[in-house]
Unconditional design. Structure first.
Length: 437
């Protein structure tokens, strides 16, 4: 049989629709445009929301506060150093023969009597300095709860002066005494215009008894910010006998008092746990209720006088601790750091002392404080520290510098010379750094 042919339409083929290159190009361009627009919008939203969302996952740290450290060489002039003679420096003269400039000293022998008017002018100038620096002084009040003999609750308040030492953009930092804010219910700071705000304790040093408080800058009224100033901490390493000074704060227990006088001695030192400090004595009358700051004629703070019993005080005259030697401790407290503690009372064995008493040079331990990390690790009275972590220790300044570079929980290896039956022998121990409470 002849084969049957399939219908014609079955043999037809469907052709592909021709590609419209123009439309494809348009769609490609549109897709790229949408991608760019989406990316731009995403970036914009991210930039707007980042400052809001980021603190929730990563809280911002407080800005670090720094205090420049002092040296004896800072801005030292011949007038700052003791000469043994009452001289006044003149302009350098010229030796024409030699063709060189030579400095000449002129001795002023003519005496001039100081009148009461001259004395009053001097006093007025000193009080102007005091009134200017008083803008940096605050009154710190610690509010404490208690019970009287009838079991009725009451609030007690203690007061001390404070000093505005810095502004990190977030907080106003105030230096005061820990004694007045120990175990209190609230801390209040009153500025020179009587504006009072709540403050928080950042950190304190149980050794010196000083503490740093923080007041949020955003809570300080604009009017108050215009009235107050951050104090300038001067270089007290160059202070000499006879310099005029002003005592501010509450030297007699009354806030914003101003007393004037002279430095009578700069040679005294006190030994505290892990530190030695220079103490200045003055002819300014004070009492055991007084605290505040000592200021030079440039309006710079050069010393702190404290109520704390840790700092040696004369019975009736004002004594102040050198501010230069406290700067590193103040900086650490301002940044919320603990002050590292080992617990020795020591003194420097100089070359002269070493030769005279046959003691190795280093830091002589006069006392390993009871229950301190030093005593726990085995250090003894009479040991001489000669190295810490392999670093040579020749003076108390070396010891203090190394200690302040450590932090709570660090382990430090201390090498001492310990006297035996015939000679000194090396002894090494490991000490875990603590914090004095």
């Amino acid at each position: 049989m002849p084969q049957r042919e399939e219908p014609h339409f079955i043999r037809e083929r469907i052709k592909d629709k021709p590609l419209n290159k123009r439309k494809v190009l348009q769609k490609g361009i549109a897709t790229v445009g949408y991608a760019i627009l989406f990316g731009f919008v995403s970036c914009l939203v991210f930039c707007v929301l980042k400052p809001v969302i980021e603190p929730l996952f990563k809280p911002q740290q407080d800005p670090q506060f720094e205090i420049p450290k002092d040296t004896l060489a800072d801005n030292t002039t011949a007038d700052d150093l003791p000469t043994g003679k009452n001289t006044q420096k003149a302009d350098a003269g010229v030796d024409k023969k030699a063709g060189k400039s030579e400095q000449q000293t002129v001795y002023i022998t003519k005496k001039q009597t100081m009148t009461l008017e001259d004395y009053q002018i001097l006093q007025n100038q000193m009080y102007l300095i005091g009134n200017q620096v008083n803008r940096s002084i605050v009154t710190v009040t610690g509010v404490m709860e208690g019970m009287d003999i009838f079991d009725s609750p009451y609030e007690a308040q203690g007061q001390a002066s404070g000093l505005i030492i810095g502004n990190n953009g977030k907080e106003l930092l105030i230096l005061t005494e820990y004694e007045v804010i120990r175990e209190v219910k609230a801390i209040r700071v009153t500025f020179i215009n009587n504006d009072t705000l709540e403050a928080e304790l950042k950190k304190y040093d149980a050794n010196t008894g000083i503490a740093v408080l923080a007041v949020p800058v955003q809570k300080i009224a604009e009017e108050t910010q215009e009235k107050i100033e951050v104090a300038v901490l001067g270089n007290s390493l160059r202070l000499r006998q006879g310099k005029l000074v002003v005592a501010l704060g509450s030297p007699l227990g009354t806030s914003y008092s101003i007393l004037t006088g002279n430095i009578t001695s700069v040679a005294n030192t006190i030994t505290t746990e892990d530190h030695n400090y220079t103490v200045f004595t003055t002819n300014i009358v004070t009492n055991n209720r007084g605290n505040g700051v000592l200021v030079n004629t440039d309006g710079e703070v050069i010393g702190l006088f404290l109520k704390s019993s840790n700092i040696q005080k004369e019975p009736n005259t004002l004594t102040a601790v050198s501010i230069s030697e406290l700067k590193e401790v103040i900086e650490m407290l301002s940044n919320g750091k603990h002050i590292p503690y080992i617990g020795i009372k020591g003194s420097t064995v100089t070359e002269t002392i070493s030769e005279e008493y046959d003691i190795p040079q280093g830091v002589y331990i006069k006392e390993a404080v009871m229950d301190s990390p030093a005593m726990t690790a085995g250090l003894q009275n009479g040991d001489v520290i000669v190295a810490m972590d392999g670093r040579s220790i020749q003076t108390m300044a070396d010891y203090e510098q190394k200690l302040l570079s450590l932090k709570k929980g660090d382990e430090v290896k201390i090498t001492v010379n310990r006297q035996g039956t015939k000679e000194y022998k090396k002894y090494t121990c490991k000490i875990e750094v603590g914090v004095l409470r």
